[in-house]
Design a binder for this molecule. Structure first.
Ligand SMILES: Nc1ncnc2c1ncn2[C@@H]1O[C@H](COP(=O)(O)OP(=O)(O)OP(=O)(O)O)[C@@H](O)[C@H]1O
Length: 309
């Protein structure tokens, strides 16, 4: 699968789709199932909708299926069940107009190693009517990527930056990034994140990106989605997670009473030797600790561990 080519081939004559393409959500996945040989249910009945202009950080343990999910969303991987619609169109059969609205940074930059940087950019430019030369020039000089260098001779971090430039250059409406900052140094990560935020503020781009670097998410991802057991088990804006999700500990009866009294939604239950630990979302009122119940707020890392282990 050559991800660079699959997403990149648009045509200048493509027309924007019908009314549905203007009103439908950027991503609507329903009932997605992806099995691998020897590993069924990497995605198992996954439903997910992204609204226009959302910035969503996708979290999950190693092997949870983040790459599989992002590839399936973009129609790069077939699912055994369910479907994905992007701006109302089936992701598996995108027309040129839809392709032009998508930007993708794969986990491993799939660039042409023998091309020079300049040739690669010229090549992709020919596919996209909305290619923004000023943005490309600005990023190339800010990120110090030499245009005359052969791609195979760039460092991993430079290749990752180039892959990001390529994905941003045609001003996509939906930007999907799979661990885009894994090879970037802290300054590069910060600059990249600023660029993402600008992109969203300027153009209302919908962005989904996977990462293991929680501090980056805390900086920019207004929404966080947790992938576990083949499904999105929780998605919410960061401030809602901090305000609404609590770890309760005590007897099962005390926890049950608190959940009922405060209208909680139990996300995860753990029972051990007569004592219970439940992760609960309380959208309205959160209980306080008392003699029978411990109630704790969690930081993002603790929440991640509680939800995904
Ligand atoms: N082509 C494939 N063939 C067989 N199994 C695969 C294939 N691709 C992925 N898998 C398996 O599916 C599971 C999910 O892999 P995936 O790469 O989607 O996880 P991930 O969440 O992106 O992981 P990481 O955080 O380590 O990048 C893993 O157990 C992996 O071994």
């Amino acid at each position: 699968m050559n991800q660079t080519l699959t997403i990149g081939q648009g045509s200048a004559s493509a027309q924007v789709g019908g009314a549905d393409a203007l009103t439908a959500p950027p991503v609507r996945a329903s009932g997605l199932r992806v099995d691998f040989k020897g590993q069924p249910g990497v995605l198992s009945g996954l439903d997910w909708t992204l609204e226009p202009g959302q910035v969503v950080g996708l979290l999950g343990r190693n092997g949870a299926g983040k790459t599989t999910l992002l590839e399936t969303l973009l129609g790069l991987r077939e699912s055994q069940a369910g479907e994905v619609r992007l701006f109302g169109q089936p992701a598996m059969t995108p027309d040129d107009a839809l392709r032009e609205r998508l930007g993708y940074v794969p986990q491993h930059a799939a660039l042409f190693e023998d091309f020079s940087v300049g040739d690669l950019l010229r090549y992709f430019r020919s596919f996209y009517p909305r290619w923004n030369d000023a943005k490309v020039d600005g990023l190339m000089s800010r990120w110090e990527i030499p245009r005359d260098r052969t791609i195979g001779k760039l460092s991993q971090g430079q290749q990752q930056r180039l892959s990001i430039v390529r994905a941003l250059a045609h001003e996509p409406d939906l930007l999907v990034l799979d661990e885009p900052v894994a090879s970037l140094d802290p300054a590069g990560r910060r600059d990249f994140l600023r660029e993402l935020v600008d992109q969203v503020l300027d153009r209302g781009t919908t962005v989904v990106f996977s990462t293991h670097i929680l501090s980056d998410l805390e900086r920019v991802a207004f929404n966080i989605a947790f992938l576990h057991g083949g499904r999105i088990v929780l998605q919410a804006p960061q401030d809602a997670l901090a305000e609404e999700v609590r770890l309760l500990a005590g007897s099962a009866a005390a926890l049950d009473a608190a959940v009922t009294a405060h209208g909680g939604q139990v996300l995860r239950r753990r029972e051990a030797g007569g004592s219970s630990r439940w992760l609960v979302r309380f959208p309205d009122r959160q209980p306080a600790s008392d003699a029978t119940l411990r109630c704790e707020a969690l930081n993002l890392e603790d929440l991640f561990l509680e939800l995904t282990q």
